[in-house]
Design a protein around this ligand. Structure first.
Ligand code: LLP
Length: 419
């Protein structure tokens, strides 16, 4: 599944001991395995080989240049949601023709710059956005490809914060409205309305919600085609779940065996937008124990990483397995919370876990932290963002330097009336 495992007592990433990276980089840091990243991309590409999908890695999950570069080199396209991600994509050497642009709130500047860059298509979420894209495309004398993101009203059976395909969510367009837009496409002469996009949520471990949603979309597509719509792209989104603890998500092959039959005889260019499936288990977060403390109710392991570095536990109650970077079987096991230095009770990385009775200086790995880890980190409590490191075989390199204190105030000034 991934390339983080023990050799003797030491946790390794591929052929590099995590302890050696900590010695060089100091803590906390994110550590990525290039091999796991590429393997996961390849698994999906192979499983769907018969339909030659364009797999657009969802950069919001991890947009580090090295991560994006590794995937682009393996053949991936990219799913972006901002000019920042477009900038990173191009810096990483991506081919603009393999970039799809999603999001409910694209600004005029974002639309303008993305058209100029020559991206493959926009995933559009409202009629208002179509009007703006049409106008800007006209001014630039361009004809722009667009997929409509539909909302199939399907329950993805995942955390409510990352459920996106129910009609109560802000995402996508109801099928009836989408149909009306397609029939009215003459209103948008600078747009080629040529695709359908659907993404029903994230960390979906069951196959059924995908099948339900895709079935609905395919019926809808057939209906549109009967009315003369010319559909080139079928973007099936991302959302594949991974193992954090005891989940039993579908493998790429199981997913393909459910989905490929639905696509039989269809001539669309199929697009996928996986994020977590590719990078979730390709990264860990490494932190060091500062202190341990105990009160009448609980034991706490206070570490140097915090919610600003890895917010998933605080925000979603997400589970990340806690492992010792160096195993010490002599330590008894205790029930404790792993908490950071941030001044909030919500600042925990793990809650009520049965873990070794760690001591000051011990290194801890929070597993499966490669997706939505660094990308959701912040400078809360004026904590510099941590370093990111990539391993390839027996080599490792810092792929993002730890922020410095001056980085924290970059762009800030004291106004003249306070001098
Ligand atoms: N496509 C669209 C339109 C999306 O909104 C997303 C994720 C993806 C693709 C990629 O989804 P994935 O394959 O990674 O599930 N911060 C949350 C997850 C938010 C997902 C947002 N959209 C977390 O840490 O669990």
């Amino acid at each position: 599944m991934h390339d983080f495992c023990y050799k003797g007592k030491e946790l390794y990433c591929e052929e590099v001991a995590v302890r050696d990276v900590a010695g060089k980089v100091l803590t906390p840091f994110y550590l990525y395995s290039r091999k796991t990243l590429v393997d996961h991309y390849t698994k999906l590409a192979k499983a769907f080989k018969s339909v030659k999908p364009l797999i657009c890695f969802s950069m919001k999950a991890n947009s580090n240049l090295a991560v994006v570069r590794a995937l682009v080199k393996a053949g991936a396209g990219l799913d972006i949601v901002s000019l920042g991600e477009l900038f990173r994509a191009l810096e990483a050497g991506a081919d603009a023709k393999k970039i799809v642009y999603a999001g409910v709130g694209k600004t005029r500047k974002e639309i303008h710059d993305a058209i100029k860059t020559g991206i493959l298509l926009f995933n559009v979420e409202s009629a208002g956005e179509l009007v703006v894209i049409n106008e800007i495309a006209g001014k630039l004398k361009k004809h722009v490809q667009v997929s409509l993101r539909v909302n199939p009203d399907v329950e993805a059976k995942t955390h409510s914060y990352v459920t996106t395909g129910k009609k109560e969510s802000k995402f996508g367009i109801e099928l009836d409205t989408a149909e009306a837009i397609f029939l009215d496409k003459a209103r948008y002469p600078h747009i080629d309305l040529c695709g359908i996009h659907v993404h029903i949520g994230s960390q979906i471990t069951l196959g059924e919600p995908f099948v339900q949603a895709f079935r609905k979309v395919l019926i809808f597509l057939a209906h549109l085609e009967k009315q003369g719509a010319k559909i080139k792209f079928l973007n099936l989104g991302g959302g594949l779940g991974i193992i954090y603890s005891d989940e039993k998500p579908q493998t790429a092959d199981e997913f393909a065996s459910r989905i490929l039959p639905l696509l039989q005889g269809k001539k669309f260019q199929v697009i996928f937008e996986p994020g977590r499936f590719i990078c979730g288990n390709a990264g860990i977060f490494v932190t060091q124990v500062l202190y341990t403390k105990k009160n009448q109710a609980k034991s706490f392991v206070v570490v140097d990483g915090a919610m600003n570095d890895l917010i998933r536990p605080s925000l979603y109650g997400a589970y990340h397995e806690v492992l010792s970077v160096t195993k010490n079987e002599n330590l008894k096991r205790i029930q404790a919370d792993v908490v950071g230095p941030v001044c909030e009770t919500g600042d925990f990385l793990a809650k009520d876990r049965n873990i070794p009775d760690f001591g000051s200086g011990d290194l801890i790995a929070l597993m499966s932290a490669g997706a939505y880890g660094f990308t959701m980190s912040s400078n809360y409590n004026s904590r510099p963002r941590v370093a990111e490191v990539m391993v390839s075989g027996n080599k490792f390199e810092i792929v993002r330097k730890r922020e410095t204190l001056p980085d924290l105030v970059r762009g800030e000034t004291i106004p003249s009336f306070l001098k």
